[in-house]
Design a protein around this ligand. Sequence first.
Ligand code: ATP
Length: 285
Amino acid sequence: MKCSLKAPAKINLSLDVLAKREDGFHEVEMIMTEVDLADRIDLTSRRDQQIVIQTHAGYIPADRRNLAYQAASLLRERYRISAGVTIYIQKNIPVAAGLAGGSSDAAAVLRGLNQMWGLKLSKERLAELGSEIGSDIAFCVHGGTARATGRGEKIEHLPAPPACWVVLAKPPIGVSTADVYGRVQVTNPDPANTGSRAIEQAIRDEDYRQICTHLHNDLEQVTMKLYPEVGQIKERMLESGADAALMSGSGPTVFGLVNSEGKVHRVYNALRGFCDQVYAVRLIT
Ligand code: ATP
């Protein structure tokens, strides 16, 4: 049996760090949405009992360190499955970029194997299992647009934001999420008045301008201090005509929102001269 799935990248329209928890994680509030830049995952049944990762991308691990492997292994262990699977990952999403590429691969494996192995698990259950592996996997299982709280695993669906273009630019550095969270100053904001609440309202009002006004990420200053090129990319996005720009997740990818096709080319070209990994994509609405 064979099954192919898309594993889309996500961006954060907001990321508020609310508090540091006793378990070492941070309490966050994020508004996340998917873009149409995706990895492709092919699952093929095996006669033996192995989980085998295949990928052309030599820069990601092809063993149990791969989040896709961990997703298959967890599902097999919890539901006492003896079948094996080959997981082919066609990697298109930049790695260690703040775009949840690995989490999205893992979520696609959970969704695909749920079908292939006839487990009939709900999305909620798959998300719960996924969050044992990584905080962003719950969102990736659900997809769409959502508010994520807790350490990112509590998901509330939101309507899709208004359609627009997104230019993504990643400088040639990988950022450690743990390192960035380790350096963030928690300011204990009023939970009823966070940047995420403002973005949520703008989405519900279908107000593109207000979304642009309220883009917000508490980790942005931390990563920019470590890697000034992130700030330079953001400036260049804005100078070349993006309506708004923000770093996604813990970075270093910066995205710019643009609502006219004419301007997308200008922003894209302005960034191309500056970094190698630049993409012009759309929100999945
Ligand atoms: P997030 O936004 O969830 O923090 P990210 O986009 O910053 O994620 P990933 O691309 O998921 O980061 O990669 C983070 C690390 O995970 C990399 O160092 C990589 O080696 C490892 N990894 C494990 N499995 C995968 C996978 N399937 N795809 C990409 N990276 C993977």
